[in-house]
Write a protein that binds this ligand. Sequence first.
Ligand code: ADP
Ligand code: MG
Length: 731
Amino acid sequence: MKSLEDSIQFIKSVGPKRSESFAKVGIKTARDLLFYFPTRYIDRSTLLTSSKAFMYVENGYEGEITILGKVIKKELRNFGRKQTLTVSMKDSDGFFDCIWFQGVKFFKDRFNESDIFLISAKPTISRYGNLQFIHPDFDKITDEETQTFYNTGKIIPLYRIPKDLKSANIGDLSFRKIVSAAIDSHLSLITETLPPDVITKHKLLDLPSAVANLHYPSDSVTLDNARKRLKYEELFYLEVLVALRKKSIKTKQNGIRFEIKTGLLSSFIKHLPFTLTPSQLKVLGEIKKDMLSPQIMNRLLQGDVGSGKTIVALIAMLIAADNGYQSVIMVPTEILSDQHYKNFRGIFERFSNQYPQRKIKIAVVIGSQPSKVRQSNLDLIKSGEADIVVGTHALFEENVDFNNLGLVIIDEQHRFGVVQRAKLLAKGLSPDILVMSATPIPRTLSMTLYGDLDVSTITGMPSNRLPIKTFLRGESRLPDIYNFIVSHAKQGTQSFIVYPLVEDSEKLELKAALTYYNDLTQTFLANIRVGLIHGKMKWKEKEDVMLSFAAGEFDVLISTTVIEVGIDVPNANIVLINDAHRFGLTQLHQLRGRVGRGNMQAYCILVTKDELIAASNRINTDIEYLSPLQLERYRAGIRLQSMVKHLDGFKIAEIDFKLRGPGDIFGVKQSGFPDLKFADITTDSDILFEAKKDAFELIDTDPQFLKPPNKIVKSNLLSHYSENLKYAKIG
Ligand code: ADP
Ligand code: MG
């Protein structure tokens, strides 16, 4: 009996020896091979000759072109200290050049006289009228293959062939032969993984046809359909997992049903030094509704930096306190914990004068607190005396005994995943959860990362704010900027001066921080008060500096780290960010959010290399003709200009997201969701929305997969998604 789990050695022309090499690259079974897809295809219809390609470019064609040619010579040219590589090639009706500005040494050895290559890139025409490809993709082709390209109208698959296979003498051609053999012998064993109604509804290819067409597409339309089918499948299962998670949280009936018991809440809101914005009131309403219902709250509160999330959280915590429950608010750093702690204590001290019948008590747990202080705080928490507990995210890891935990708030943490939530549940706790984030997440991503959370969004800012003025300046302008800071300092406005983190070495960081400090205090900032905060300080030292700054004891705070999310010094209204191109956009937006938190005009000055500014100002630059280095500068400059143009964090996140892709910014990897191999949540949003609809409908109507057509989904979940099911129970 044949099976997809058959060892690859039984596929024709593999055998025991080669199968060992296959195993090294993770291809062990027939299934593994059938699901090892080409990374590129060569379609004869887009394969041009050099004279045709030349015509295309002259007529303004802007797409990629693939061309087949033979190397006639390679040449290194020197431009000052830089070297470039030019590989000249010829094909049946002309000549063309391939040019590299970077990695010259590497590419030089790839090209030898008489070798035949497939070259793909967006071609340009040089000053001397030559057709040229700058930094093209290329594949070396054997003579035999060259024939097939010209003789058949097929789309040819190109596989990534790892070293271990190459060294076992498995090249492009033999790999393709082995895949064909596997298709002949095992394709028919592949069974469908999607319910039939879904397939019909979206006119999807069935799985075996999709797999066959990904290897050997019959035409480009079918290839697209095959890809779509696999993308759909991936996103469908992703959303089934999201739906299951959401369901398993929602159906837990042992959540707390809070009540509004006394006048505590209304009195607190009445005595605030400001009135809540309509948007704050709206999200508060949504949170209240969740808290008063018996289901567990799982809500994401989004709001731009400075939009006033903290006060909303505080009010939620008061509801818990009013019901005799404790709340905990967790923040990313010890400094922030400390700031929240002192801020809350201040607020409630004032409030207790107006509302003496209920005193709210706050505890704080910080890793590096003196053990006595820590113990007394832990005691307050254990006895239930503390109503509100402040700490870092590390609180999850520590052995803090709560007396009666009812509400967990996670501040500034867009990575708070299911994993942590699972930990809480494992401790036998099922408190309401509110996650707060100032990093606005594009909808497609929040749908998956937070698809199991309900979302509230604070739109707009408190009405007392003036828009922050943002400038982008070259380093040569620094003296003017320092003068600007000094003149404002004399009128009582404080400033941050931020340097990017020196990541390589601890010693270097300290040295850099001290150098900046010494240089500035001996020159431009000699006559004002300057503080320094850097990553090598103990948190207590940092705290002291932050507190003095907040108390107005310095005019300027030089920082090489950590004035990150959440620090609130309303009198600081200028932030100067050095080497701004080294920060991500979201980070820059966060840093900018450190100012403009009161009713004064605030300024954010982004400083970068003069060349970047110059590059980005060449608005009508013909990008084609930029060298890779120039292109890189141009992009960096344009990226920074978007900070000048946009104040809205959502807009900036969207741009950042497009530029960098979702993975590392938002921590998709830590979310406990499967990796996506085919789909891309940024570009496949249409498929994502469809898949989500289908998946949620299925889980709503048939959570146990009892209907016959849905059994497929259950068995596929169990066999291929068992890892992910740890966080999402079936049924
Ligand atoms: P974030 O949403 O970034 O966490 P905060 O909660 O720290 O922002 O709020 C920023 C500042 O705005 C704080 O100083 C806070 O007291 C103030 N604030 C909050 N809500 C209002 C309001 N409705 N009107 C005026 N100021 C407000
Ligand atoms: Mg905050």
